[in-house]
Design a protein around this ligand. Structure first.
Ligand code: M6R
Length: 378
């Protein structure tokens, strides 16, 4: 099905994007209102009779998509699957009608993500009018941070995240902007489908509105303690990150950030899986970061962290200040927050911890070895 035209375009885009155009891009974005909202640019019938969503992405964008899945299922009530774009290209899901396919890529140029979306468009176009009937139209939606990217040009429906140019190879602010895009999408869909009671929807919107102040407070109160704590891990070889529910993808993202910029081996797991294997790795030399925010899985994560502590692991909690927090050896405190919007706060201490450990190891946090900002080859 796949004829690769979009990839050809991506390669041309990459070749023509010289320093001059990148500088222009930075200038344009700097003159924009930095608080401009996520822009939803899509047709009205994108949602009609929607039965499922499938998301394709790579790396950090894949982690954001896992948070997106949680929101689309729990807030908007739509069954959602998330695929590595590189896998989906060669093993796509069986075709189902009334499906929205979302491609998430901050650069808008990732080869696997573009190829997966192009393949999806072409196989759905082939299927149109087949005897099975049903609505198999391609409904493709992109989430990107770059309005001039291939993705933004080839897709009719796009959510543009207004994070500004991200210079560092490790995605941080674009990750947060992708999360915001998924909150906007899930709330919009929930509203259309009347999935959540309106008071719960309003409570979520209000929790989102409080985030900028909470982020400022978190940065103000935590940056220095995290910079100090980082000294303790400069020579550490392995880390485990645990989270559950909506914070499981944040455990994955925390581990990826640490790997990418500090070159320390790190694994993220859903906390309940720890006893199914990773617990064998634990001892006093393997710190465990546990993301535990009061809510549906709070007690569960605390009990998983307790099990790790019983194996002599040093436990670093990303949690709110409270009685239970005493069980952590170190606390990276986040302000009290609705569990459903907590990823936007819990990821910050993890980004800072990776940053300070890498800096103390004398590494280039913007240009880690072996990595490129966008991967335009398969
Ligand atoms: O531009 P994209 O969002 O498609 O990039 C996907 C990944 O290559 C990217 O997220 C990569 O994992 C980053 N270096 C993560 O920090």
């Amino acid at each position: 099905y796949f004829n690769g035209q979009w990839l050809e375009k991506a390669t041309q885009n990459q070749e023509t994007q010289n320093q001059e155009t990148q500088n222009q891009e930075i200038q344009n974005q700097e003159t924009q209102n930095p608080l401009s909202p996520v822009q939803l640019r899509f047709s009205d019938d994108l949602y009609s009779d929607l039965q499922q969503v499938q998301i394709v992405a790579c790396g950090t964008s894949w982690h954001a998509s896992l948070v997106g899945k949680y929101l689309l299922e729990q807030v908007a009530g739509i069954p959602t699957t998330v695929h590595y774009a590189s896998e989906f290209r060669y093993a796509p899901t069986p075709l189902m009608p009334h499906t929205l396919t979302i491609g998430v890529t901050q650069s808008g140029e990732t080869a696997d993500t573009l190829a997966a979306l192009e393949m999806e468009q072409e196989r759905r176009n082939h299927h149109q009018g087949s005897p099975q009937g049903g609505d198999y139209r391609p409904r493709l939606l992109g989430i990107t941070n770059r309005p001039e990217s291939t993705l933004a040009h080839v897709l009719p429906n796009v959510i543009l995240t207004p994070a500004g140019v991200e210079v560092g190879v490790a995605a941080t602010k674009t990750f947060m902007a992708q999360l915001m895009a998924f909150y906007a999408l899930a709330l919009d869909l929930a509203h259309h489908r009347h999935h959540l009671p309106s008071d719960r929807l309003l409570a979520l919107v209000s929790a989102l509105h409080q985030l900028p102040k909470q982020m400022e407070a978190l940065l103000r109160d935590q940056e220095e303690p995290i910079a100090t704590l980082a000294h303790e891990f400069v020579d550490t070889h392995d880390f485990i990150f645990l989270g559950r529910g909506i914070n499981f993808p944040i455990a994955l993202e925390g581990a990826l950030k640490l790997k990418e910029i500090s070159y320390i081996h790190a694994e993220g797991y859903p906390a309940g899986e720890m006893k199914h294997g990773p617990i064998a790795l634990l001892d006093a030399k393997v710190p465990v970061v546990a993301i535990a925010v009061p809510g549906a899985v709070y007690e569960k994560v605390l009990s998983n962290a307790q099990e790790a502590k019983a194996r002599d692991a040093r436990i670093i909690g990303v949690s709110t200040i409270g009685r239970e927090a005493d069980m952590f050896d170190d606390l990276l405190a986040v302000p009290p927050v609705d569990e459903l919007v907590s990823p936007l706060l819990t990821v910050i201490p993890l980004q800072l911890l990776s940053y300070y450990i890498a800096a103390l190891r004398g590494l280039d946090v913007d240009q880690p070895r072996n990595l490129a900002k966008s991967v335009t080859v398969e």
